[in-house]
Design a protein around this ligand. Sequence first.
Ligand SMILES: [Zn+2]
Length: 457
Amino acid sequence: MQTSLRKITFLGGTETVTGSKILIDAIDKRILIDCGLFQGLKELRKLNWAKFSVPPESINEVILTHAHLDHTGYLPLLVKNGFKGPVHCTLPTRDLTEIILFDSAKIQEEDASRAEKYHYSKHEHPQPLYTIQDVVETLPLLVSHELHEWVLLSKDLSFQFQNNGHILGSAFVELMINGKTIVFSGDIGKQHPMLMYPPKKIKNADYLVLESTYGERLHEEEPVKNLLLNIIEETLDRKGILMIPSFAVERAQEIIYLLYQLEKEQKLPKIPIYLDSPMGVKTTSVYDSFRDWQNISRHDAENMYDQVHFITNFEQSKAIVQNKEPKIIIAGSGMMEGGRILHYLNNHIENERNTLLFVGFQCQGTRGRSILEGSDSIKFFGEYRKVKCQIRSITSLSAHGDQEDILKWLRNFEKPPKTTFINHGEPHQSDALRAKIEHELGWNVKVAKMNVPYELS
Ligand SMILES: [Zn+2]
C-alpha cells in the first residue's frame, strides 16, 4: 500500500506553550512529532493524566524536535502505555533528553510521596505520573541521527533534521510523505542566537507547523550584555544578591557566556558567580561535549566556564543560601516551580537590596508568572513571603525568535505552504502571528485547535 497524507491532529501545544504533541496519520503509518508534558495551570497538568487520544501502540514512530520537557516529557508515559517504536532525535537531544526525563521522573516521584505524607491528595496512595524506572525503559528507544541526513522510514516516508537555532541539538523536522513535505518548526531560535548557529533557511513545504511563543512580541533591541551589566551593577551598589532563575538547558550556559564576555572586556565587577543546579551542571557538561554544534570560538568554549562555581552538593548549597554577601546565583527551575532557586527566594525575596532577574518565558500558573505580573506575596514551602526585592526582566534572552525573527525566516520560502498551522503559543500570541502572516505575506494560516483533525492532501 502506498503511504500518503491523511490528517494532522494537535494533541497538545495549542492555546498554550506546553504539551506539544502532533499526530500525523498517513494511510498506513502513524507518527507523533514531539511528546511533551503539559505544565503550568492545573487544568493543563490534569491533561497529562487523561487517556491518550489514540492507543500508544498504534503509533509507529516518534520524532523529537528538541529535548525540552514540553516536547519530550510525556515519552515515559507513552512507553509505559504501550508505545514500542523508535524515538528519533539528534545526538545532543538524546543526551539532554536523558537528563530532562530523569529530573522529571524524580520530581514526579517526590511530589507523589509528599502528597501521601501530608495527605493533600484525594487518593490514599498517590502515584507519580511516571517513575525513574519508566525512564530507564524509555531511553533505549531513542535513536540518534545527524542533521541533513534523510532517514528512510519506509518506501514513501522519510524525514530529516535541520538546525533551528533554539537550543543544543534542536531541529526543524522535514517530513516527506509520498512526495509531500510537512515542516515542523519545533521551537525556532532567534535569527542570531547567542551560542547556536542561526536557523536553517527552508525554501519549500506543502504544509508548515509553526510555533508562536512570541508571536506578538518583539524582543528588546539593546544588547543583552549591557542590560545584564546594568542589573549587576545596580544590585552590587545596593550590596545585594542577584538571583537568576534559569532553565538548565541553554539559558544557564548563555548567562555564563555573557558573564564571561563581560569579564573578558574587564567590565564585570568582582563578584562570586554560582551555578547552583545539579541539572544545570550535568547539562553544561553535555554542552561542553558538543562544541562543534555551537557558534563560538574554541578558545571561548574552553574558557567560558572558568569563573563559575558549580554547586551540586546540597550542604554547600545550604551554606551559600544562608550567606548574605553580594553574589550572582543562577539556579533552577526557570519558572520557580521547584529546584534550589526556591531556597534563595525564600531567604532573600523580602530584602529590597536584592534583585530577582527573569531571563526566560514564564508559563501561566507558575510562581514566576505571578511575580512578573505584580503579585506582592508568594508562597514558598507553605509560607507566604512578601515580594520586596527588585524585579527585573530581560526578554531578549529568550531561546525563541520574536515576531520579526519568525517573519524573516518565513520570507525564505519560495512559495507559500498550502496551509500554515500555528501552534505553541498562548491564544493572543498565536492570533497576532496569524494576523501578521496573513497581512504581510498573504498566506493561508490556521491557528491549530486541540484534538481537531485537519485533513491534508
Ligand atoms: Zn523549547
